[in-house]
Design a protein around this ligand. Structure first.
Ligand code: ADP
Length: 686
């Protein structure tokens, strides 16, 4: 009863619907938000403020007539949420406040915030929902932009391969990115608020602190390249200022550059190697340049040499041809004829000498010079040289004294060496001394020095050689000056041959000289004492040879050569037999036991002298065979001796030599080969 009365009473006080409308309208007409009142359970809008037109695009009346219109307004993405929320709201479980998206009548999407108040009657029954809807689109957009920009920054920083951080001035970390945290194996939370001393080993932390202090003090940015444990980092640090310009911290960004460093190191290594390579290439280049210059110079020298050589060959050739023609003249006196013959002879020797020199230098250059050591008496060689050169001085009528100083007694002077080559060098040196000295003295000989080497010397008081020229005279084709040498003649080969031979003999050759005072040439070779050899009985070179009853076999295919030999030998009364081939020679030796000596031409058709000698020696070992060759090579002698010849004579034959050699065999001269093979030295043509 009371209840009914109260309700009645209330009702009498309750205003009409329009009352609410008017009242709300007045309150809400000046606000931007939408205010509404929804009656439950009818779901009927009792009031919707006019701003619904702005916010939803619908007039309030549209909601009054069609309350379900709200379903259309809710953004599909939020519809489910909206329904659930309302269900919960009606149960009194949901928060009265939520934010959702709506779709306006014209399709525009907006964000709204809705605050609902659940209205209950006296019995506790929900009778209405009163709500305020606020447009929060612009706030939402700002939020979103904010969220997005923060997220972007975070995304950038965390996805950087760089380590990035922010520290305050005390060195405490304020912020770090993920790369930083991962590198030190900690979480960002574990790092923030700590200093480097709590994260890194002391020495590293100390270094970082010093860098930070440098930045704080200088207020400048710095780049550092530094190593932490095995890794290399490139770090950029900069101060952070507040609005008043005070430093409030330091920011840093660091990139691991170990790989780059390694590459840089490799590139540096490679560059260094390239630089070395470059230097080498430059050296090679220089060498090539030098070689080219040398080749050009050598080319020039060769041309000069050839011109000179042509001169050297033509001069004696001229003389030979000229005097050979003159000799034909019948009215020539015997004395004149002999004089011409002597001149032809000496010019021939000069030619021969040039040819021998050319062969020798070629062999030296080809490395084909061989050394044949044997026992011989050194003093005898030097004594002979003395006789020859003393004779030359007399012939040239030069006021020169010649002195010989032997370093050993005659009988102690046995040497084991290459006699022919030693003689050749000494002859060269003596010939030069004589050529370049007009007066004074020439002294030659040898000493045994403390190193047990033999040091030969040839000293003269001649024109001398300047220091510059001393450096080149041992080079092939070199003469001090071509024009100067026109005066003296010569091919410029003598000293280079001597140098090559000295090296082959295991020694060296050098010169000491002063221009205008004279020159001293030295040759040092190892001293190898030889076996003492008795001097053979002296042969009287001027003696008449009488080989009556003796038979000499001349193996010679060339008629000219045979005729010459026959002419030389016929005054000796020896019986001469001729064989024209190797086979004839062998047969003759086998069948004619009276043959006492064979003059064997080594170059014959069919069977040559070498073959023939071998065959003859098989049956008649004792039969003396003297080889004659036209090669004039030092190896010829050695080859002939090796196959069993008893002696050797080179063409063109020197008559004296030939007779001496035959005499040794016919008059039972000692069979000692070394002695029998003593050679007469032909001094260099002067
Ligand atoms: P050449 O056949 O021209 O003599 P060498 O090789 O024997 O050739 O000598 C080379 C050059 O050395 C000579 O041309 C000369 O200029 C110089 N020479 C050699 N020996 C002497 C010396 N005893 N005195 C002065 N100059 C010399």
């Amino acid at each position: 009863m009371l209840k009914d009365e109260i309700n009645l009473l209330r009702k009498s006080f309750l205003p009409e619907e329009n009352y609410y409308k008017d009242r709300y309208y007045r309150i809400t007409e000046n606000v931007n938000d939408v205010v509404y009142r929804l009656i439950l359970p009818d779901f009927r809008y009792e009031y919707m403020s006019p701003q619904s037109k702005d916010l939803f695009g619908y007039e309030p009346e549209e909601f009054y007539y069609s309350p379900l219109l709200i379903r259309r307004v809710i953004h599909p993405d939020f519809f489910k949420y909206f329904i659930e929320h309302w269900r919960a709201l009606l149960k009194g479980e949901a928060p009265e406040y939520y934010e959702i998206k709506i779709v306006k009548k014209d399709g525009e999407v907006r964000w709204i915030q809705q605050k609902n108040l659940v209205i209950k009657d006296d019995t506790g029954k929900t009778v209405a929902i009163e709500g305020i809807v606020t447009d929060i689109t612009s706030r939402k957009q700002t939020d979103e932009a904010l969220i997005n920009s923060e997220a972007q920054k975070k995304a950038i920083l965390n996805n950087l391969p760089h380590l990035a951080w922010l520290k305050d001035c005390d060195g405490k970390y304020l912020s770090v990115n993920e790369s930083f945290a991962n590198t030190v194996n900690k979480t960002a939370e574990e790092i923030i608020g700590r200093t480097d001393y709590e994260i890194y080993p002391y020495d590293i932390a100390q270094r970082y602190r010093e860098e930070d202090l440098k930045i704080i003090l200088t207020r400048e940015q710095f780049f550092f390249e530094e190593q932490t444990s095995d890794l290399w980092y490139e770090t950029f640090k900069a101060p952070i200022f507040d609005s008043s310009g005070d430093i409030i911290g330091i920011t840093g960004i660091s990139l691991e550059i170990s790989k780059r460093k390694k590459n840089e190191d490799e590139i540096r290594d490679y560059s260094e190697k390239l630089a070395v390579q470059n230097v080498k290439l430059k050296l090679i280049n220089d060498e090539l340049k030098n070689a080219k210059e040398k080749a050009e110079e050598s080319d020039k020298l060769k041309s000069a040499f050839l011109a000179n050589m042509s001169h050297e060959i033509r001069t004696p050739m001229n003389a030979i041809l000229g005097f050979a023609t003159l000799i034909r003249n019948r009215i020539l006196t015997g004395e004149k004829r002999r004089e011409y013959i002597d001149l032809i002879n000496s010019n021939c020797r000069q030619l021969l000498h040039i040819i021998t020199d050319i062969i020798d230098i070629s062999k030296i250059e080809a490395g084909q010079i061989s050394i044949f050591n044997k026992n011989f008496l050194l003093n005898k060689v030097l004594n002979d040289l003395y006789l020859i050169f003393n004779n030359q001085i007399e012939v040239l009528r030069k006021p020169i004294e010649l002195h010989l100083k032997n370093g050993l007694k005659n009988e102690e002077s046995a040497l084991f060496s290459d006699k022919v080559r030693l003689e050749q060098v000494l002859t060269n040196l003596l010939s030069n001394a004589l050529k370049f000295t007009d007066k004074g003295k020439i002294e030659f000989g040898y000493t045994i020095d403390r190193r047990r080497d033999i040091v030969f010397f040839v000293k003269d008081t001649g024109i001398g050689i300047s220091e510059d020229e001393q450096k080149i005279i041992f080079d092939r084709f070199r003469q001090v000056s071509i024009s100067f040498n026109k005066m003296y003649g010569g091919t410029g080969l003598g000293l280079s041959i001597s140098k090559g031979l000295a090296q082959k003999l295991g020694g060296k050759i050098w010169v000491e000289s002063k221009v205008g005072k004279g020159s001293s040439f030295y040759l040092r070779v190892p001293y190898k004492p030889g076996i003492h050899i008795e001097r053979p009985p002296q042969i009287d070179y001027n003696a008449e040879y009488n080989w009556d009853g003796k038979t000499i076999l001349i193996a010679e295919d060339e008629d000219v050569n045979y005729n010459l030999l026959e002419t030389i030998l016929s005054p000796t009364k020896a019986k001469i037999i001729r064989a024209k081939t190797g086979e004839d020679t062998v047969e003759c030796c086998y069948n004619n036991k009276k043959v006492d000596v064979v003059l064997m031409d080594m170059k014959m058709p069919d069977m040559n002298g070498f073959e023939a000698t071998k065959k003859i020696k098989k049956r008649r070992k004792e039969l003396p065979i003297i080889a004659q060759t036209a090669y004039a090579m030092s190896t010829d002698e050695e080859n002939c001796m090796q196959i069993g010849c008893n002696d050797y004579i080179a063409k063109p034959i020197r008559i004296d030599d030939l007779l001496k050699k035959i005499e040794q065999f016919l008059n039972t001269a000692p069979s000692d080969q070394d002695v029998s093979r003593e050679q007469t030295i032909s001094p260099k043509a002067i």
